[in-house]
Design a protein around this ligand. Structure first.
Ligand SMILES: [Zn+2]
Length: 473
């Protein structure tokens, strides 16, 4: 009897647990807590509920230049932002609980070389030319492979998602066609929005390969964009001219490293760009540090966009960009990580450095940019500079659902004093709880989704060991 009673009570208890779980699951569907990763794949409706602050980057949607809203919701439908505001009706939507959190657009990384996670820490005592000579140039003509590029890009892609980046510009050195294929495959798998800058050339077969990549890889992928990359100099003029022509033919931007270090001053870069008819609004120029007033006037008049990469500039002793002078001229400037010269992916650190470099050189705390300026630069500013601001960069309804959710309750961030300043001075990639690209969650509850980290790291180690053998010791 005793045994029977206990069997019965176990049965009753089991029934209660099963019914309770079913009830909770059901409640979860209507109120909170998502059930699985499969529910955040960019289809249906998702509401980011009760965010303590939403920085929309759209002054029509909220207060101030960053369009700030307190205690607000963001509704995504499919791959787009549907609505932003208070107490939105989101019946039937899956819910991300954002109480105590901050929502803002995903970061736009204007300049990176994703394969370069394989050369992290390389030649840390060198300036640009010395670093290139030790860590990059020897790989031209070397047997670097599809697998190398894939492994390095896979690792970097997970790292950039982790820091809240939703669009990345990958200036690939494209050492060979297979190397480019490996990078492109990893980018497509990452589900990041990306701009692939394929290195141009005078070689007809390689030009045809770039046309094929545009047609077969980039155009069918709504997350992908193409640019043609090259180096502007008198010595490289034929390749620069051919790259500019190919970029025009394909209707894409040309992407160059310009006036990065003092060594570039001997290369006739501005003259080469002028002669190639490449100084126009379709040109994206990285660094642009060693400039005269006349250079800036000419670049501003032409509508050239600039990618500022302060951590790379500091590591390579390149100099300090003249951001206040660019601002005065109304130039479009975004921020970038710049690959292996930045060593790791941290857009918050990039914003801090962009503010700090100007303050340290001018001893003026009011110098441009302020914290709100770099937040804009890292989001809408980068989108404008890449010509993508109609689809990304702000939480304006109708734009693509690319956003991040930041936990403001962590020990390095709390308490709430001035959140705009704290986003720049306090935040770390670990504080990024959620990252959505095209409505799909790439980071969820602080964890990069859909990635086998141990395998990605092991594969990157193999590739890094391979590259190390090809580089001078
Ligand atoms: Zn670069």
């Amino acid at each position: 009897m005793q045994q029977r009673r206990s069997v019965l009570s176990v049965f009753t208890l089991t029934l209660a647990v099963v019914l309770g779980a079913a009830l909770l699951t059901n409640l979860g569907r209507t109120a909170a807590e998502p059930a699985s990763d499969a529910e955040f794949t960019g289809s249906g409706r998702v509401v980011i509920r009760d965010a303590a602050m939403v920085l929309t980057m759209d002054s029509k949607l909220g207060e101030g230049p960053l369009g700030a809203l307190a205690d607000a919701d963001v509704v995504m439908e499919g791959n787009k932002i549907k609505e932003v505001g208070k107490d939105l009706d989101a019946r039937g939507a899956r819910v991300v609980d954002a109480r105590g959190k901050i929502v803002l657009p995903g970061f736009v990384d204007m300049h990176n070389h994703l394969w370069q996670s394989l050369i992290r820490g390389c030649a840390a005592d060198k300036e640009l030319v010395g670093w290139l000579g030790k860590c990059v140039i020897p790989l031209y003509g070397a047997p670097v492979t599809d697998a190398d590029a894939y492994a390095g890009t896979k690792l970097s892609a997970a790292d950039v998602v982790s820091t809240g980046i939703t669009t990345v510009t990958d200036w690939s050195h494209a050492f060979n066609i297979d190397f480019a294929k490996g990078g492109l495959r990893a980018l497509a798998e990452s589900k990041l929005r990306f701009v692939y800058s394929y290195n141009g050339t005078t070689n007809a077969a390689l030009q045809d390969e770039i046309r094929r990549v545009k047609r077969e890889v980039i155009d069918p992928n709504p997350l992908a964009h193409l640019q043609v990359g090259t180096h502007p100099s008198t010595g490289n003029f034929p390749s620069l001219e051919a790259s500019e022509k190919l970029a025009r033919e394909l209707g894409v931007s040309l992407n160059v490293h310009l006036l990065e270090s003092k060594a570039d001053l001997t290369e006739g870069q501005m003259d080469a760009l002028r002669r190639a008819n490449a100084l126009h609004s379709g040109l994206v120029a990285n660094h642009v540090i060693q400039t005269t007033d006349a250079d800036l006037d000419e670049l501003a008049r032409a509508g050239v966009s600039v990618a500022h990469n302060p951590l790379s500039n500091m590591r390579l002793a390149s100099g300090v960009i003249r951001l206040p002078e660019m601002k005065k001229r109304g130039m479009k400037v975004g921020l970038g990580l710049d690959g292996g010269t930045n060593d790791t992916s941290d857009m918050f650190n990039v914003m801090r450095a962009a503010v700090g470099l100007q303050r340290a050189t001018t001893t003026d705390p009011a110098v441009y940019p302020a914290t709100a300026d770099v937040l804009r630069m890292a989001t809408l500013g980068g989108a404008e500079a890449l010509g993508l601001d109609r689809e990304i960069g702000s939480l304006t309804p109708g734009k693509k659902a690319d956003l991040q959710v930041i936990d403001a309750q962590s020990v390095n961030f709390a308490p709430k004093v001035d959140w705009v300043n704290q986003l720049v001075f306090n935040t770390q990639p670990a504080n990024v709880s959620w990252v959505f690209v095209d409505g799909r969650a790439l980071k969820r509850d602080g964890r990069v989704a859909g990635i086998d980290t141990a395998k990605v790291v092991a594969d990157a180690q193999l590739a890094a060991d391979h590259l190390k053998k090809l580089l001078p010791q």
